[in-house]
Design a protein around this ligand. Structure first.
Ligand code: NAD
Ligand code: DAU
Length: 351
């Protein structure tokens, strides 16, 4: 094997697409997927590649320092792509603790293990930290987040991600650990857990349940198809410059209400429903506390320096996403089990 790469959080939404891409595209890399299999981790996401000879799964918690150090000694990783995190803003508002542990302490455990293994001889090594545009805070009606926008995180989730970004940069500056960071906008696509807006709305449309829209639905997000994010991660891992940050985004801003109306329209056509049927499910509910108004990414750096650009337009991406969920109702059924029901009731009944 040419390289052994650790991918953390590979059983989650984005991580599973990154693992699949690397396992298929780089047969001469050994890909080790480390995941704690929290509620968000699902090995079913990887069943098409889990018997490939260059793929290994390790169940474990990045908060467990001894386990992490042993894993680094066992595999002698050449590179790390770190996606494992608590990722849902609403859960961070309800209970920040796990976000502080996994997103901050867990990241530090990985940084320390990499330093220990590589013993400050960093030739051909790489620590790649996957982050979010939410670290930059909230925009008004105009402007974009660039790599130089000052950090202004406003939820426990984004504050924990901002903290981990700072620590990764600190290890680069202090120890010269060859790290790189990317900050991406909202992803959508197959295998996303139905706590996030698009899969939650799809699941509710299919089941004729109310689609909860926070506040007036005027908040804006910049949506990117997950496969395009995975392609950007491949590029940054191989060609990004150590110490640099790359913003990744879809240049595809939608107000939540407009996005959901578009989704309902597309779903009506696919489900042979009378136009307007699914939109009747839209229900305005109490707003998210501290709800960031608008995110929008300026991705010109990765486009100009590394030649990345999104491959799909939103209509195409949304259709593919809906098709996937319609063809994988069993996947949805299996993950919306007892614990999902409890989460859903706690989140939405009080709104
Ligand atoms: P996800 O919640 O779908 O998956 C997270 C994965 O991490 C799960 O498989 C979970 O089991 C694993 N995990 C959680 N805690 C762990 C721990 N302590 N030890 C080991 N594994 C653990 O998340 P996602 O949406 O795929 O996001 C992946 C990464 O990308 C995160 O770092 C997130 O901050 C970042 N990100 C996400 C988006 C997005 O729109 N989803 C956008 C930009 C950046
Ligand atoms: O911007 C990148 C971030 O995008 C990632 O770092 C996060 O991990 C990811 O969860 C996502 O955060 P958001 O909070 O933007 O995503 P979410 O899907 O939770 O919400 C999208 C928008 O929809 C947001 O304005 C809140 C709103 N919303 C969400 C839910 C779950 C609703 O109106 N109703 C809902 O039920």
């Amino acid at each position: 094997m040419k390289k052994t790469i650790l991918i953390t959080g590979g059983a989650g939404f984005i991580g599973s697409h990154v693992v699949r891409l690397f396992v298929n595209k780089y047969p001469d890399y050994k890909i080790v997927n480390l995941d704690a299999l929290t509620y968000a981790g699902n090995l079913e996401n990887l069943k098409d590649i889990d018997r490939k000879p260059n793929y290994v799964f390790e169940k474990g918690d990045i908060n467990d320092t001894d386990f992490v150090n042993k894993l680094f000694r066992k595999y002698k990783f050449d590179g790390v792509i770190h996606l494992a995190a608590e990722s849902h803003v609403d859960r961070s508002i309800a209970d920040p603790g796990a976000f502080i542990n996994t997103n901050i302490i867990g990241t530090v455990n990985l940084l320390n293990a990499a330093r220990l293994l590589w013993k400050d001889d960093f030739s051909d090594k790489r620590f790649y930290h996957i982050s979010t545009d939410e670290v930059y805070g909230s925009l008004g009606n105009t402007g974009f987040f660039t790599e130089n926008t000052a950090y202004d995180p406003r939820s426990p989730y984004s504050a924990s991600k901002a903290s981990s970004d700072h620590l990764v940069r600190a290890y680069f500056h202090t120890y010269k650990l060859p790290s790189v960071i990317s900050n991406c906008s909202n992803n959508y696509g197959p295998n996303q857990f139905p706590e996030k807006l698009i899969p939650l709305a799809i699941n509710n449309i299919i089941n004729n349940k109310p689609i909860p829209i926070y506040g007036k639905g005027e908040n804006v997000r910049d949506w990117l198809y997950v496969i395009d994010h995975a392609a950007a991660i491949d590029l940054v891992f191989h060609e990004g410059k150590s110490g640099e940050t790359y913003n990744i985004g879809g240049n595809n801003e939608w107000r939540n209400i407009d996005l959901i109306k578009k989704l309902c329209e597309t779903a009506d056509a696919k489900l042979s429903r009378k136009p307007g049927t699914s939109a009747k499910l839209i229900t305005f509910v109490k707003d998210r506390a501290g709800h960031d108004m608008r995110y929008a990414i300026d991705s010109s750096k990765i486009q100009n320096e590394l030649g990345w650009k999104p491959s799909l337009d939103f209509e195409e991406g949304l259709e593919k996403t809906l098709d996937w969920y319609l063809q994988n109702k069993d996947w949805m059924k299996r993950i919306t089990d007892g614990s999902y029901q409890k989460y859903y009731e706690e989140q939405y009944q009080k709104r």
